[in-house]
Design a protein around this ligand. Structure first.
Ligand code: SAM
Length: 246
């Protein structure tokens, strides 16, 4: 719920209104909790798309019932109403018609210009072809539709230093990846912003969280030493994008 209300706040500040809309989430992981939270705030149709079917056995009905009991959070923008009463009962009855899950997914699993919102949390750092994913999501969105992506740039479990992933040579990185179905693409914030702009998105919000500490520049692999200062000092970003209306 918290992740959704954080995204919703940014989206509403950028002009998005959730009521009656259609949302696609990339990489929901092992629950569809974010999608169900979104439905409690008015999203009418939700599709979760994952590379690996972690949520195959997820039971949405009991999860929705549990979420429905969570007290109304002060983090949600005040004028966005949570679905209650008859609307909540209708959502419960219709849930399985309004919620879809596809894993693994293909671009054609979402028809062009049918989504009002594409959202991801901790997923775009795993996608190797940024140009392709920004293009695909742009094509899914209706003109005027929004995207919201939370992207961390940290080394995760691959280093004790937040920027330690940029210290590996390309060969070392391939060895570390092994046969994992997805890994870190090691792309900095600027690569995401550029890829989004290149396909035509308007970049409405770039909420970057700065990093402190980490390995000195001289310890990074040569190609990462060339990155601009903002990339070298940003540990995560929340991006809000919009497909232009016209
Ligand atoms: C770190 S988990 C994040 C899960 C969830 N979004 C969360 O915030 O807890 C990364 C997710 O990205 C998914 N993922 C990786 N590559 C993907 C791709 N090409 N398309 C869709 N999902 C992908 C993984 O399967 C996994 O569910």
């Amino acid at each position: 719920m918290k992740m959704w209300t954080r995204c919703l706040r940014l989206l509403v500040d950028a002009g998005f209104e959730p009521g009656g809309t259609t949302m696609v989430e990339l990489g929901p992981g092992d629950t569809l909790g974010l999608g169900l939270s979104a439905m409690l705030y008015g999203i009418a149709h939700y599709t979760g798309l994952d590379a690996v079917p972690y949520a195959r056995d997820f039971q949405p009905q009991p999860f929705l019932d549990a979420l429905g009991k969570v007290p109304i959070t002060i983090e949600a923008p005040r004028f966005v109403r949570r679905v209650t009463g008859t609307a909540y009962e209708n959502l419960r009855q219709d849930l399985l018609h309004r919620l879809h899950y596809v894993a693994p997914w293909k671009p054609r699993d979402v028809a062009p210009e049918t989504a009002d919102l594409v959202l991801s949390c901790g997923v775009l750092l795993h996608m190797e072809d940024l140009a392709s994913i920004y293009r695909t999501t742009y094509e899914w969105l209706k003109p005027g539709g929004y995207a919201c992506h939370w992207i961390p740039f940290t080394a995760m479990f691959l280093s004790p230093h937040w920027n330690g992933h940029w210290a590996y040579s390309d060969l070392e990185w391939r060895i570390a990846q092994g046969r994992r179905p997805y890994f870190l693409n090691r792309q900095p914030m600027s690569a995401h912003v550029q890829a989004a702009k290149d396909v035509g998105f308007d970049v409405l919000t770039t909420q970057a969280i700065p990093a402190t500490g980490g390995l000195p520049l001289s310890d990074l692999a040569p190609r990462f030493q060339q990155m601009e200062t903002s990339a070298l000092t940003t540990r995560q970003v929340r991006l809000v994008l919009r497909r232009p209306v016209g």
